[in-house]
Design a protein around this ligand. Structure first.
Ligand code: GTP
Ligand code: MG
Length: 238
């Protein structure tokens, strides 16, 4: 294995730049075999910017489908990374957004029956990217979701759309979101990153984190779930 100070950055860029669409999973039975290929799931509220973040990190305009209409991503969309002619080295997984108040029943079912179970049960899950609109911060729906992520699975909180705030506002939003996350007392390794898919902010750092997760762990990764069965996150009563 060659060594050198520049190698990690190159390896990161090369890996995510190979991303291509792999499959859409509408039912748990359609999931790829849980055979040690690491997966990184992008989760977050509807319209938070999950699909846009995947596109920006992979430097592709329309790899994941981004839309102004909340709730467009309704299934698990798998993107393979690694050399094209070989079996996938890892997957990025775009998940349905939650919290879209007028979402049709199928979207709520997707979280009950598909995405929630995927998150709690998937052995291959090597990391979770929690996409938060930096102007909104952590919501109760995000807290519910974080409770489903097994303790060993690291979390990257991507505070996206930071182009909408000035430097001072960004710093304040980062501080308050960090405090809200710390207050949860999660056992998971946790990192926050200020990000913008449109202004291309935080891309290298984000890629570096995700790249670490995409290399299979010697200990076989996360253990089988002991988490409770999920129920779809609901809007808290105000
Ligand atoms: N200004 C700005 N807009 C963004 C950014 N990221 C996403 N958007 C916009 O936010 C809207 C939603 O983005 P998506 O990436 O589709 O969000 P999503 O989380 O995948 O949405 P669902 O699939 O519906 O849950 C789109 O209009 C994007 O153009 C960003 O970093 N900055
Ligand atoms: Mg989407």
């Amino acid at each position: 294995m060659p060594t050198g100070a520049l190698l990690p950055l190159c390896a990161v860029a090369c890996l995510l730049l190979t991303a291509r669409f792999a499959t859409t999973v509408a039912k748990l039975a359609q999931l790829p075999a849980d055979g040690g290929v690491p997966e990184v799931a992008f989760v977050g509220r509807s319209n938070a910017g999950k699909s846009s973040a995947i596109n920006a990190l992979c430097q592709r305009r329309r790899l994941a489908f981004a839309s102004k209409t909340p709730g467009r991503t309704q299934a698990l969309n798998y993107f393979a990374v690694g050399p094209e002619k070989l079996p996938p080295q890892a997957y990025l997984v775009d998940t349905p957004g939650y919290g879209f108040a007028t979402a049709p029943l199928e979207i709520k079912r997707a979280w009950d029956g598909l995405a929630g179970r995927y998150l709690t049960q998937r052995n291959a899950l090597a990391g979770v990217v929690l996409v938060l609109d930096i102007r909104r911060g952590l919501t109760d729906l995000d807290r519910t979701l974080l409770g489903w992520v097994r303790a060993k699975v690291p979390i990257l909180a991507l505070l996206t759309k930071c182009d909408k705030l000035n430097q001072g506002q960004r710093a304040a939003a980062m501080r308050s979101t960090e405090a809200a996350l710390v207050e949860l007392g999660l056992p998971n390794p946790l990192t926050l990153l200020s990000f913008s898919a449109t202004a291309l902010i935080g891309l290298e750092e984000g890629r570096e984190f995700i790249d670490q997760w995409l290399v299979p762990q010697a200990d076989g990764g996360a253990q089988p779930s002991e988490a409770a069965e999920p129920t779809a996150p609901q809007e808290p009563a105000q």
